[in-house]
Design a protein around this ligand. Structure first.
Ligand SMILES: NC(=O)C1=CN([C@@H]2O[C@H](COP(=O)(O)OP(=O)(O)OC[C@H]3O[C@@H](n4cnc5c(N)ncnc54)[C@H](O)[C@@H]3O)[C@@H](O)[C@H]2O)C=CC1
Ligand SMILES: O=C(O)CCC(=O)C(=O)O
Length: 387
């Protein structure tokens, strides 16, 4: 029996994947795995037996990755599963930021009760809400991952001239990108050329505050900025100053903070990027499948802190070892198993930065003490025997 704790509401399309071998829910104690959306886990103490965390979504800045790696906790996310939902909201925000739609709707509400005068007042007042078309304008997309690519391609089909910047662009992503997207080799190319700039990078120490006074100064006067990635990518104080000076004409964000709410030019949305039934279902399904395959088979797919390994089961006993990425670890492992008379039928080992994962399908007399024996070897973080 595995115990799965939910830290947020997870779509039943995912949770229904767990059969009677699982006890699941928000009240589950001492879990083997956790499913989470945006809840912050930075202050949490993890139980010793916690094997995995699945983020039903893309961003993992709410999870203490290094602490998880050190404790042998595999962290999964669901790449691309909510990308279309975010893309659609970003396209909506491009139009909202251009056409002054939100203040216009608010103003229209003030006409309530004016009776037959409404039509006349509308025609008289609408001039305050003129805003440019997006067609023919330059859009800079920073970060061409699952979301950035969809935004770039959709904007292209709406007639925009799209510039993309991503120094780590994957080959798969490059194949998916419209060929007419202009390749910006530096951020400055985006900043100096674009009328609209949208950010789709993860929040990391490198990207934190990347939109700030210094970078805004390089942008065109009246630039419109969209942030549907993470609030801390943009320095709030600097964007507020730029909105007040008119340098930035609009800031659309999915991450409101107290200082931004209600300011002229700010379009603040309550983190709705992934809030569609389709994306909630996709993320939950993918996250549940990742957990099930890891808990039952030791396979790792879409982990952000450990290498991916998926190996078909070759024998009824599988030994899964998370360890540090240090030379000679594999030979120590195979030596220890040989000493215990255990034969390796099949194995895979992969590393990711400082960590590595080895799966061994074995035959022989694997005792419960075998795991304890292997765990005593240097650089081993966690050993699991799956029967
Ligand atoms: N508003 C919302 O509800 C949602 C927000 N997000 C946010 O959007 C971010 C992106 O999501 P996905 O596109 O699904 O992730 P992804 O991992 O597919 O794409 C991220 C891209 O950013 C690129 N990148 C990383 N550092 C960069 C840098 N310094 N400069 C330029 N490019 C850089 C990577 O190479 C990658 O191609 C997530 O990390 C998350 O924070 C994601 C889903 C929903
Ligand atoms: O689960 C959510 O609603 C948030 C989605 C998100 O921000 C992400 O996937 O990074």
């Amino acid at each position: 029996m595995f115990r799965i704790k939910y830290l947020n509401k997870i779509s039943p399309v995912g949770t229904s994947r767990f059969d009677t071998n699982y006890e699941c829910g928000e009240a589950v104690e001492n879990p083997d795995a956790i499913m989470v959306r945006s809840a912050s886990m930075h202050e949490m103490e993890f139980p010793k037996n916690l094997l995995a965390i699945a983020r039903a979504g893309a961003g993992v800045n709410n999870i203490p990755l290094e602490k998880c790696s050190e404790q042998g906790i595999v962290v999964f996310n669901t790449p691309g599963a909510n990308a279309n939902a975010v893309k659609e909201l970003v396209i909506a925000a491009l139009l909202l930021s251009s056409r002054k739609i939100v203040p216009a709707i608010e103003w229209t509400k003030t006409l309530k009760g004016k009776g037959n005068e409404v039509g006349k007042l509308v025609e008289k007042g609408k001039g305050a809400f003129v805003g440019p078309e997006i067609s023919g304008k330059k859009l800079g997309v920073i970060g061409l991952g699952a979301i950035g690519i969809l935004v770039a391609n959709a904007a292209k089909s709406l007639g925009m001239d799209v510039y993309g910047y991503d120094p780590y662009l994957s080959v798969d992503a490059a194949w998916g990108l419209s060929r007419s997207t202009k390749h910006a080799r530096t951020l400055d190319e985006i900043y100096t050329a674009c009328d609209y700039i949208t950010v789709h990078v993860p929040l990391t120490p490198d990207t934190k505050g990347m939109i700030n006074e210094q970078t805004i100064t390089k942008m065109k006067d009246g630039v419109r900025i969209l942030n549907f990635a993470r609030g801390d990518l943009v320095n709030s104080k600097d964007i507020i100053a730029a909105l007040q000076s008119g340098k930035v004409s609009s800031y659309a964000t999915d991450f409101p903070s107290d200082d931004l709410i209600g300011l002229d030019g700010v379009i603040a949305i309550p983190h709705l990027g992934a809030s569609t039934p389709e994306s909630e279902d996709n993320c939950a399904r993918m996250a549940a499948n990742e957990l099930i395959d890891y808990l039952q088979n030791g396979n790792i797919r879409n982990s952000v802190n450990m290498p991916s390994i998926c190996m078909p089961r070759d024998s009824s006993i599988r030994i899964c070892i998370l360890h540090r990425n240090i030379p000679n670890t594999i030979s120590l492992l195979s030596g220890a198993l040989a000493e215990s008379g255990i034969n390796i039928e099949n194995m895979q080992s992969k590393s990711k930065k400082d960590y590595a994962y080895t799966i061994l399908d074995v035959t022989g007399d694997v005792k419960d003490t075998t795991a304890e024996h292997i765990a005593k070897l240097p650089e081993i973080i966690r050993v699991r025997i799956i029967r």
